[in-house]
Design a protein. Structure first.
Length: 285
């Protein structure tokens, strides 16, 4: 009997999958009651020391922090810092919205990455790149969180997605496509984008009220309260937030054919029912 129990215990140990990263605890009290449905990515726009100080001040907080140079333990595994328990609410999303849900602090796990963000220069914003080790660690951590809470690809978001215009992190250089290729987050099918582009030049101007804004709203974004002007600032900031996530090569905020095609492709892949897909496909481009 003892032999059978020993054998069973060895089998169970062998079936366990150890993490290929480590967690360092820097515990900050959170409010109980978090029910994660979303994973929200941020950058701190601060150095490591200031990031820790701000995130432990009580004004804002986060579940996980990825340092500028993640510590490597003796086994070679990268180390993330956990500050708030996942089951507790961290104050990271602020005024936020996604898919008709508001105040996403109590429905999300937040990850901050130490990154300077951008610097305003004569020729515009200069964005600071992420370190490969940061993205490697983020991918490992994100995969665990997504699996733990069964978070849908379209609910892996940047702060700028849930607060367009108010926030711009994780910024233009965040590698959304690279992560999507690893099963983290959403990305459109290029053949579907090509279909909706329908031979138009990618930079052909479109009326955002025709198909782009309805598609963005269907996908999850909150439309501006007053957006009657085709070129209103609120519309531009919304489109720019979308472009930073799905078309970072051009984040002008201008409504063009490629942006519209990407939005329609995302709706078809992640949001539309079969009947809705048929309706979209039959509509004129």
């Amino acid at each position: 009997m003892k032999y059978i129990l020993l054998l069973l215990s060895l089998v169970l140990v062998g079936c366990q999958t150890p993490r290929d990263y480590t967690i360092s605890q820097y515990p900050i009290a959170g409010k109980a009651g978090n029910t994660p449905k979303f994973l929200i990515i941020h950058y701190t726009a601060l150095n490591d020391t200031d990031s820790i100080n701000v995130l432990s001040s009580g004004q804002v907080s986060i579940h996980y922090l990825i340092p500028s140079i993640p510590e490597v333990e003796i086994t070679g595994r990268l180390t993330a810092i956990q500050m708030v328990d996942e089951k507790s609410i961290a104050w990271h999303a602020g005024q936020s919205y996604w898919q008709q849900m508001q105040g996403l602090n109590k429905y999300s796990v937040g990850i901050e990455i130490v990154n300077r963000g951008f610097q305003t220069r004569l020729l515009g914003r200069h964005w600071f790149a992420y370190q490969p080790a940061q993205i490697e660690l983020l991918a490992k951590l994100a995969k665990d969180i997504i699996q733990r809470y069964d978070i849908a690809p379209e609910n892996v978001l940047g702060h700028s997605d849930i607060s367009p215009g108010r926030k711009v992190d994780p910024g233009r250089l965040f590698p959304w496509q690279q992560l999507a290729e690893q099963g983290i987050g959403a990305w459109p099918e290029q053949q579907t984008v090509k279909y909706y582009l329908a031979g138009r030049p990618v930079n052909k101007l479109v009326d955002p009220h025709d198909k782009l804004l309805p598609a963005l709203e269907r996908y999850g974004y909150q439309l501006p309260v007053s957006s009657t002007s085709m070129n209103s600032l609120s519309i531009k900031l919304l489109i720019q937030a979308f472009q930073m996530h799905f078309r970072p090569a051009d984040i002008s905020g201008i409504a063009d054919a490629e942006t519209e095609a990407i939005a329609l492709a995302l709706v078809e892949k992640y949001r539309a029912s079969k009947q809705q897909i048929i309706t979209i496909n039959k509509s004129s481009i």
